[in-house]
Design a protein around this ligand. Structure first.
Ligand code: ADP
Ligand code: ASP
Ligand code: MG
Length: 436
């Protein structure tokens, strides 16, 4: 059974939504994961922020504006009055829920309930649309099977044990629709898999049901060899290994949610990145296989903070790194890059929630320097087969730009540079021109 995920732009207008049936084959048993209509989650974030700030008037006007969009959307989506009426009831229900939150105490819990409405709206409206045109489908509530643990990590076994019976209930149905992004957390509250999380949903479902293939349908013809929003003339990559794709996703290639490769990788489920606007384009196949052809792609991850810990006591002291890592572990803050010398360690984090506490603890070991507004530039490829020359080519291409950290050899397919965010555009372009 395949899993097909359609992103925000792929369901971004009634016309696009109707066109999904050019891609979905209703005769084949499959699960279709939908994102919210593009722009919706951003609006929901704003509505939640207005409530958090206690600005109910602003929240109400944002809700009214978004509701207007959906009223226009359903007028175009449905042809028959009966189904337009059903669509209207769906819209009224979700927007009444948003407005109703003005009467309650507003916390992070309510904020997450707001964020979930986008995917609930898109999937329910699509389900009603399929009814209107006579295509049988089953709407599966993601909140019944997508769950995270105390560390906000999704639980694949839970998906297997809760989704399989839902599918088994409908042996004769082919087309199942569900929400991307949303889940329940360990308290049973409505939560989400972070922005862009619908890719993660698709991969997790793929892993949970041991799917034959996961397809991520989006607005571009696969993973490109550089960030197409910044660099001109980027090209799609036909094939990537799971490791390569995971590095690119983690280090900023927005086409994939940072964690979305791991569940598919664990169960060796091939992932295809495909273009809804150009369904016949080859796209990118992510699988166990890898082409041995050197440097494949470049990505960049912003909002990185570098921390340097300098200590004369570090010299020859075993256990020093362990004690430093323990500080980050205590604050559940993951480290992305690390470089060491005999007297200092530099490392990077992207989550600065506990930066002050971490700094305080690190000061017990020596001096601590913090650099904010850093960007990790990640060059990905297969550097294992022919090891020499790659680092030199990368460094030659960036020799005019100050580099804060370099990491090479951590794996066979990644070289990372830490630079000031102000230099990002130049470094991406320069690497592109010289490496490809
Ligand atoms: P969706 O809404 O379908 O999930 P996203 O906007 O999340 O789509 O991801 C697709 C976008 O990712 C593309 O439009 C492109 O601008 C951006 N992107 C960034 N880096 C890359 C890359 N290396 N290859 C392809 N797309 C990329
Ligand atoms: N709608 C969510 C977001 O905009 C999830 C997704 O699109 O993948 O982040
Ligand atoms: Mg996305």
């Amino acid at each position: 059974m395949k899993v097909l995920k359609f992103g925000g732009t792929s369901v971004g207008s009634p016309e696009r939504m109707k066109k999904l049936l050019d891609i979905i084959n209703p005769a084949e048993r499959q699960i279709v994961v939908l994102s919210a209509v593009s722009g919706t989650t951003n609006s929901l974030v704003e509505i939640g922020n207005a409530y958090l700030e206690g600005d109910k008037t602003k929240a109400a006007s944002l809700i009214a504006a978004l509701k207007n969009k959906y009223e226009d959307f359903i007028k175009e989506l449905f042809a028959k009055p009966e189904y337009l009426q059903q669509g209207r009831e769906v819209v009224d229900y979700h927007f009444a829920l948003l407005s109703g939150l003005a009467n309650d105490l507003f916390t992070n819990i309510e904020q997450k309930i707001i964020l979930a409405q986008g995917e609930l709206l898109s999937t329910t409206l699509y389900h009603v649309y399929l009814k209107e045109i006579g295509v049988a489908s089953v709407l599966l509530p993601a909140l019944d099977f997508m769950k995270t643990d105390e560390d906000s990590e999704p639980i694949v076994d839970y998906i297997t044990s809760h989704l399989t019976p839902l599918l088994d209930k409908h042996p004769d149905n082919k087309l199942f629709i569900t929400q991307g992004y949303i889940c329940r957390n360990s308290f049973g509250e409505i939560d989400n898999l972070r922005r862009g999380g619908s890719d993660y949903t698709a991969s997790l479902i793929g892993a949970g049901i041991r799917s034959e293939e996961v397809q991520i349908w989006t607005d571009i013809d696969g993973m490109h060899n550089n960030d197409p929003r910044i660099v001109k003339g980027t090209k799609p990559i036909a094939q990537l290994s799971f490791d390569e794709a995971a590095e690119l996703a983690y280090f900023g290639a927005k086409i994939l949610h940072p964690q979305s490769v791991f569940p598919a990788q664990k169960y060796k489920i091939p992932v295809r990145l495909l273009n809804t606007m150009e369904p016949d384009a080859q796209g990118t196949l992510i699988s166990d296989a890898s082409e041995k052809d050197g440097i494949k792609s470049i990505a960049a991850k912003d909002d990185i903070t570098a921390i340097k810990i300098q200590s004369s006591r570090m010299l020859l002291a075993h256990g020093f790194l362990r004690r430093i890592f323990e500080v980050f572990e205590r604050y559940k803050t993951s480290i992305d890059m690390i470089t060491t010398s005999e007297v200092a360690v530099s490392l990077t984090i992207d989550d600065t929630t506990y930066l002050d506490d971490i700094t305080k603890e690190l000061l017990k070991f020596g001096s601590v320097d913090i650099d904010k507004n850093q960007t990790i530039i990640c060059v990905v490829g297969d550097f294992g087969a022919e090891k020499h020359g790659y680092a030199a080519r990368v460094l030659e291409a960036v020799k005019h730009i100050p580099i804060r950290m370099i990491s090479y050899g951590g794996s066979d397919h990644n070289m990372s540079l830490l630079v000031s965010t102000g230099d990002k555009t130049e470094i991406l372009r320069s690497l592109h021109n010289r490496l490809f």
